[in-house]
Design a protein around this ligand. Structure first.
Ligand code: 5GP
Length: 203
């Protein structure tokens, strides 16, 4: 495979989606892996762009048929990454962006190890996260509490990641994310070194 994978994890409300979309406008040859989920569509989201929204029964069928590279249950819903399209994009040399949680990152690392670069993104502290979720107005108070509890448990696994980004100032965080995306292309572990050495040494 000629491409590589950039995993971005972090609580919803940390600014992850906006940062990823801005980064993808500025870094060429990227592909966003659209996950499949059983959760309700939020206002402003589009099926086939933000997620593929399906029922729990359809999701379970997908698991049985082996369609997912990884899947996880996150706040009572299923989320999963489909394998087929990703392999195609990797073979086309793209940076494939995964917005997945800590459970998904662990599995993706087991399956794709050396071609993965991972970033954990979060807010400066949990109060900022709570404020952002309340202001966003897309979740009930119960769902906000679930997301905060989940964020508190996810942060304990930050050491499994290559990079930690604290999203305090959007533009600054965006610059860092762009640098990481560019650098991810140059990791020796994601390059076929035999092929490179062979072609470099040819007269
Ligand atoms: P949200 O409901 O806010 O869009 O996402 C909730 C959580 O699910 C986030 O932490 C997000 O990264 C995670 N997530 C989204 N898609 C996937 C996926 O395909 N696999 C896994 N493991 N987690 C996902």
């Amino acid at each position: 495979m000629k491409g590589n994978i950039l995993v971005i994890s972090g609580p919803s409300g940390s600014g992850k989606s906006s940062l990823m979309h801005e980064m993808m406008k500025r870094v060429e040859n990227t592909y966003f892996s659209i996950s499949t989920t059983t959760r309700e569509k939020r206002a402003g989201e589009t099926d086939g762009e933000d997620y593929f929204f399906i029922s729990k029964d359809e999701f379970k069928k997908g698991i049985e048929e082996g369609n997912f590279l990884e899947w996880a249950r996150v706040h009572d819903n299923y989320y999963g990454t489909s394998l087929k399209q990703i392999l195609k994009e990797l073979n086309a040399g793209k940076i494939v962006i995964f917005d997945i949680d800590v459970q998904g990152h662990k599995i993706a690392k087991e399956k794709f190890g050396n071609i993965i670069t991972s970033v954990f993104l979060t807010t400066p502290n949990q109060n900022v996260l709570r404020d952002r979720l309340v202001k966003r107005g897309t979740d009930s108070l119960e769902s906000i509490q679930k997301r905060l509890n989940n964020a508190i448990s996810e942060i304990t696994r930050v050491k499994e990641y290559d990079f930690l980004l604290i999203n305090d100032y959007f533009e600054k965080t965006l610059e860092s994310l762009i640098s990481i995306a560019y650098a991810s292309r140059h990791k020796v572990s994601s390059i076929n070194t035999e092929e490179f050495i062979g072609s470099w040494a040819q007269e």
